[in-house]
Design a binder for this molecule. Structure first.
Ligand code: SAM
Ligand code: SF4
Length: 360
C-alpha cells in the first residue's frame, strides 16, 4: 500500500508519496545517506524559522509579510534534536541552523545546548544577519556553537537599510565584533547586486581582510523575490572577481571541500588572505553536493531548487520510528535530481519560493 503524506502548505512544498519502508530497512544500523549519483550527505542545513527581523529585497516580499508559519507548525526543539540524531545516524557530521533569521527563534541558546548534549554532531554552525548577535554571541558560544556565517551586503548604513529594508548596520557590525570576541569562527557572506552594491565589493573585501576574515561572494539565485528582480541585478562571480582586479592573484581559485561549495582565490600580495566565490548559478557544484535541508516546518528537501518535500514533522507527530524517519530521508535523497534547474527561469517551479521559506 502506498500512503500519501500529510504535507506542508503547497506554496512551500509539492505533494509526493512516500513508498512504504522496505522490510528490515534501518532496523539495526541505518545505512549512510547517499543518492543515486553516489553523493554522500554529511551536512544538514536546518531552518529554525521562516521569520526575519530584516526583509532583504532578494529574499522577502515587500514589507516582509509573507504568510509565516504558526508556532505549532514549526518543529519543536525536541523534534529538531530527534531529527538531528536520525541524520547523524545516517552520517551527517555538520549541522547549520538557518532561516529566516535563526536568532529570532525564542530560546535558541537552549536549542544549541540540547544539540550539544544529545547528539554526536561534530560542528554546529549558524547563518545569521547578526542583528541580535551582540547580545547572543557569548551565550551561543558557551552553549557550543562553533561557527557563524554573517551576511553583510553593504558597509554604507543607508544602502544597507535599503537592501535589508530597515536593517541597522551598526547592530550587525557590533554583532560581528561580538562573535569574534566570543571565540566563534566567523565567515562573511555577500550577495553582490548589479547597480546596488557592485561598487563596494573592494571595500567589503578590505574590511573583511582587516578583521582577519574571508569574504565570500554568493551569486544571486533566481528564487523567491530574486526571481522578480531585473536581470541587471545578477552579477556572476567572474564579474565580481574582475572588479576586485589587482587585489587578487587571479585564476579560478581552489575549492576547500570542508568549507562548502566556494572556490577561494588568493590575494595578489602573497599574504595568504583569500576571497571566496559561490557560483550557484554560473557554474553549478551539484556533482559534489553533500547537503540536505530541513525547512522550519519540518520538510526534508533534497535540493534548494526543488519543491519536492517529505514532511518529517508529520511523520514524527504520527509516531514514526527512527527507522521510518531514516527511510523517509533516504527516499527523499534517492529521488534527487543530478543537478539544479535555476537557470530555466519560468520552466521550473521554484521561483515563487523564497530562501527564507526553505532555509538558505
Ligand atoms: N537570515 C540569515 C542571513 O541572512 O544570513 C539566514 C538566512 S538567509 C536566507 C541565508 C543566506 O542566503 C544569506 O547569506 C542571504 O544573503 C542568502 N540569500 C537569500 N536569498 C538569496 C538569493 N536569492 N540568492 C542568493 N543568496 C540568497
Ligand atoms: Fe532575513 Fe536573511 Fe532573508 Fe535577509 S536574507 S530577509 S536577513 S532571512
Amino acid at each position: 500500500m502506498r500512503r500519501t503524506l500529510p504535507l506542508a502548505p503547497s506554496r512551500v512544498a509539492r505533494r509526493v508519496e512516500l513508498p512504504p519502508r522496505p522490510e528490515g530497512f534501518a532496523e539495526d544500523a541505518p545505512p549512510r545517506l547517499t543518492d543515486a549519483a553516489g553523493r554522500a550527505y554529511t551536512y544538514l542545513r536546518l531552518s529554525l524559522t521562516d521569520r526575519c527581523n530584516f526583509a532583504c529585497v532578494y529574499c522577502m516580499p515587500s514589507g516582509g509579510e509573507h504568510d509565516h508559519a504558526l508556532r505549532p507548525e514549526l518543529l519543536s526543539f525536541e523534534e529538531v534534536v530527534r531529527l538531528v540524531r536520525v541524520f547523524a545516524a545516517g552520517g551527517v557530521r555538520r549541522v547549520r541552523f538557518t532561516g529566516g533569521e535563526p536568532l529570532v527563534r525564542k530560546d535558541v541558546v537552549r536549542l544549541v545546548e540540547m544539540i550539544r548534549a544529545s547528539t554526536p554532531i561534530e560542528e554546529l554552525a549558524m547563518t545569521t544577519n547578526a542583528a541580535r548577535l551582540a547580545e547572543l554571541a557569548r551565550p551561543l558560544r558557551a552553549a557550543g556553537l562553533d561557527v557563524v556565517n554573517v551576511s553583510v551586503d553593504s558597509l554604507d548604513p543607508a544602502r544597507f537599510g535599503e537592501i535589508t529594508r530597515g536593517g541597522d548596520l551598526g547592530a550587525v557590525l557590533a554583532g560581528v565584533h561580538a562573535a569574534l570576541e566570543a571565540g566563534l569562527r566567523v565567515k562573511l557572506n555577500v550577495v553582490a547586486l548589479g547597480g546596488v552594491n557592485e561598487d563596494e565589493v573592494g571595500a567589503l573585501v578590505d574590511w573583511a581582510w582587516g578583521l582577519g576574515l574571508v569574504p565570500r561572494f554568493i551569486e544571486l539565485m533566481p528564487i523567491g523575490e530574486a526571481a522578480h528582480l531585473p536581470s541587471a541585478r545578477f552579477l556572476s562571480a567572474a564579474q565580481v572577481q574582475a572588479r576586485l582586479g589587482a587585489r587578487l592573484a587571479g585564476g579560478a581559485g581552489v575549492a576547500d571541500e570542508r568549507a562548502g561549495p566556494a572556490r577561494y582565490v588568493a590575494a595578489a600580495d602573497g599574504s595568504g588572505r583569500e576571497v571566496g566565490f559561490i557560483t550557484a548559478v554560473s557554474e553549478d557544484f551539484c556533482a559534489t553536493c553533500n547537503r540536505v535541508r530541513v525547512t522550519a516546518m519540518g520538510d526534508v528537501r533534497a535540493c534548494l531548487a526543488d519543491r519536492k518535500a517529505v514532511s518529517l514533522r508529520d511523520l514524527v507527530r504520527e509516531g514514526a520510528s527512527d527507522a521510518d524517519l531514516s527511510w523517509a530521508i533516504h527516499w527523499a535523497l534517492a529521488t534527487k535530481d543530478a543537478g539544479h534547474r535555476f537557470t530555466d527561469r519560468g520552466a521550473s517551479e521554484h521561483t515563487n519560493v523564497g530562501m527564507s521559506l526553505i532555509g538558505g
